[in-house]
Design a protein around this ligand. Structure first.
Ligand SMILES: Cc1cc2nc3c(=O)[nH]c(=O)nc-3n(C[C@H](O)[C@H](O)[C@H](O)COP(=O)(O)OP(=O)(O)OC[C@H]3O[C@@H](n4cnc5c(N)ncnc54)[C@H](O)[C@@H]3O)c2cc1C
Length: 480
């Protein structure tokens, strides 16, 4: 037997004591279990990105200025309306293109900022797009109507009836507004994830529909060949970046073969999916990263769910620890051994190397234990990990024995806070004074937190107030 922190493995790398498992396959005849290599560090520098974005903004605004946009803006009356319309239109288009690139998660960006970071930036790009699209639509239509002695309504009627691509542009505006509303947190929480996702895909259509009227009506592009090609090139480059990112991920994931090896029960409502296959040979992955997991079955092939690896990835396989939150996560834990899986990823930067070898505090809430458990395995004894796990009851704590063993092996400490929320209001375990008393060298540590949003924000606020620098606090969000 090879004992591999937490997963009990036979010499063939097959997990033991699982609920269901399959007979031995050739790819699991690896005699020695080795750690899979970690992803290469990103070489992207913030300065490179800033330089590219500044260049795009400077050329676009330069062309606008050269075409008299600034004079129009300062002219007053209809001229000012037109100037605002032009400027907001340009900003809206640039923000929409940037937002699409961010959400397609190109590897060179994802490795640097992680999905969390890209989604947060995408959200801001989305807000700017919706606000400026609306501003553009209102001011330009108003100016169009006023220029012919009419109102905003006559302006709209005239544009729709007589100008090419204006119907498409109006549909694009409506789609942008629907997208913006569907991402508004209060509405988002009421919409099933899959509905929200497919609505969000129409963002690509909205950008395409808006493109035509920019070239036919846009003051900057209709008459200037250089401006025309600059603008077209921006759209083409964006399309290439998106296709490269999405198709690249898809082809890579389809070309790697993975199978369910076994499913095990870990705690109330929580189970583990053990995965192996020849695809492991080409994988670089660190503890704390996640994959979009898709089961190649008749009913489930169309949906992928993000799950973090919950043990250090080895040549023996990967393990995902999954909470049965909704129907789909429960279905994943019902998969039969031998089922083909398509794993897209790995993604994420919630990895131990972000601490640069400094001591760490690892905080997990509920199934947030999955990436925290894998991260702990990547910590060295010098990092003296303090692990805090918050669960509603002991029965919901997965991998307890593994945690105890790993913490002890690294000279760290494990605190389990089990019980209903009201037990932990006084004293609040994440109040700055409690944290400082608990962990005297807190300010020198890096903090990793993963759990429900309310727990994450309580921990992050408490840690900041207790003196942990913001750059030393890392978190993984289990939602969008
Ligand atoms: C980066 C990341 C890592 C994660 N790691 C784990 C893990 O290791 N273990 C675990 O149990 N859970 C993990 N999750 C959460 C897990 O993906 C969701 O619990 C699961 O997708 C719920 O699906 P459901 O249909 O069963 O539940 P539902 O009730 O349909 O969904 C519940 C919530 O889960 C989120 N969700 C659902 N589907 C997706 C999706 N395809 N992509 C993104 N979010 C989705 C939505 O916010 C939704 O509101 C992770 C999530 C993210 C974003």
């Amino acid at each position: 037997m090879v004992q591999h922190e937490g997963m009990s493995l036979t010499s063939q790398g097959r997990p033991t004591s699982q609920r269901r498992s399959i007979s031995q396959e050739p790819w699991r005849s690896e005699p020695v279990v080795r750690r899979l290599p970690r992803p290469r560090a990103s070489r992207l520098r913030v300065g490179d990105l800033t330089a590219v974005l500044s260049f795009v903004a400077a050329v676009t605004l330069g062309l606008w200025w050269q075409h008299g946009g600034l004079s129009l803006l300062l002219e007053g009356g209809v001229g000012t309306l037109s100037g605002i319309g032009q400027l907001s239109g340009l900003v809206a288009a640039l923000a929409a293109l940037g937002g699409l690139v961010l959400t397609s998660r190109p590897r060179w960006l994802e490795r640097r900022y992680g999905q969390d970071g890209l989604l947060a930036a995408h959200r801001w790009f989305g807000i700017v797009t919706v606000v400026t699209v609306l501003l553009h639509a209102v001011t330009d239509t108003w100016a169009w109507g006023a220029a012919t002695g009419g109102t905003i309504i006559t302006g709209l009627t005239d544009l729709l009836a007589n100008q090419a691509w204006m119907v498409a542009a109006t549909v694009a505006t409506a789609l942008m507004v629907v997208l913006g509303l569907s991402s508004w947190r209060r509405l988002r929480q009421r919409i099933p994830y899959e509905t929200w996702y497919f609505v969000h895909l129409t963002g690509y259509l909205a950008v395409l529909l808006g493109f035509g009227h920019q070239l036919t009506l846009g003051a900057d592009f209709a008459t200037d060949t250089l401006a025309f090609w600059w603008w077209t090139a921006l759209f083409v480059v964006t399309a290439i970046l998106i296709l490269q990112a999405r198709l690249g991920d898809l082809l890579r994931s389809l070309s790697r073969r993975f199978y369910v090896v076994a499913v095990s029960r870990e705690a109330d409502g929580i189970g583990s999916l053990h995965v192996s296959g020849p695809g492991l040979r080409r994988l670089r992955v660190a503890g704390g990263q996640f994959f979009n997991v898709r089961a190649a079955t008749k009913d489930l092939w169309w949906q992928a769910h993000p799950f973090s690896v919950s043990a250090a990835p080895t040549t023996a396989g990967l393990r995902f620890t999954i909470k049965e939150l909704g129907e789909d996560s429960a279905n994943v834990l019902d998969l039969e051994p031998g089922t083909r899986l398509v794993l897209e990823g790995p993604y994420g930067v919630f990895t131990a190397d972000r601490a640069n070898g400094a001591p760490v505090v690892l905080v997990a809430g509920g199934v947030g234990i999955a990436p925290i458990r894998a991260l702990l395995e990547d910590c060295r004894p010098e990092q003296r990990p303090v692990v805090i796990v918050r669960v509603r009851s002991d029965r919901e704590l997965a991998h307890r024995t593994e945690l105890e063993r790993m913490v002890a092996a690294r000279g760290g400490t494990l605190h389990v806070l089990a019980g209903p929320r009201q037990w932990f209001t006084r004293p609040d375990p994440f109040a700055p004074e409690t944290l400082r008393a608990w962990i005297p060298d807190l300010r020198d540590r890096h903090v990793f937190v993963c759990g429900p949003a309310s727990l994450e924000s309580a921990v992050m606020t408490g840690m900041r107030k207790a003196g942990v620098p913001t750059g030393h606090i890392h978190h993984e969000r289990f939602g969008v």
